[in-house]
Design a protein around this ligand. Sequence first.
Ligand SMILES: [Zn+2]
Ligand SMILES: [Zn+2]
Length: 282
Amino acid sequence: MISNLDLFRNSVSFANLGSGSRGNATLVACQTDAVLVDCGLSCRQVQRRVRRLGIAANRLSAILLTHEHTDHIAGVRVTAQTLRIPVYMTAPCRERLRGGRLDLPEDVDVRTFKPAHPFRVGALEIEPFRVPHDSVDPVGFAVGVGTDRVGVATDMGSSAPKVIDVLRTCRAVLLEFNHDERMVWGGEYPQSLKERVLSRTGHLSNKQAADILVELRRGVTEEIWMGHLSESNNTPQLAMEAARAGVGHRARKRIALRLAQQDDPSTLVHLGRKAIRRRSAR
Ligand SMILES: [Zn+2]
Ligand SMILES: [Zn+2]
């Protein structure tokens, strides 16, 4: 298979394979290496969705985990075993997984990293940064080569100065637009779950995400992907309205706003190659 990656030398590419409470996975790739940020989809779905982008699944080099919640790890074991690729996670995350539902077998190569300590997977530079979320040691990632970086920040209950600092350096950002606060309060969730979602370590509301976009609009960001939308407490329209308000009138021509879907993976986006962005082969 001629890989789409081979057609775009010196370019960082990314795609949303799935985003939401039924499974998360984001692909970030350069010409020589490709990583998955989270693997909450089944191995079969990962392979199918990566293939649709024109990339052979055996081009994947590693899986990076943001945290241990099921919607981010459900497909990790089978995917890592099938493709024989390492899985990167924090040491507390590895401890939490041990003995649990995702006790990775001996033949899976688990490697640990520390938040705020950058590392590499082949040519890809990875910067993990802490996010506020109710799991053991949750992180977001900036992944790329040089200044061509993709930021992934979902599953965080609130923002933090460091999160903004890193996302500002990313040309594309996948940011959580989880819920509309009024929909959560007026919705069917039990009170305890409402409080969890809305807490500082729960999930990011449209308004909170829009406030982050205000901080990003003077930076280098040119692609904002709204992700991890709640199916019961949000609508694509509400998320888009909030994002438009956050980006503001002036930056709207420069910054593209897109929805990261749960079941309909995106096409492959090549940073800095807007004019020749390709549709994926279906
Ligand atoms: Zn999640
Ligand atoms: Zn989570």
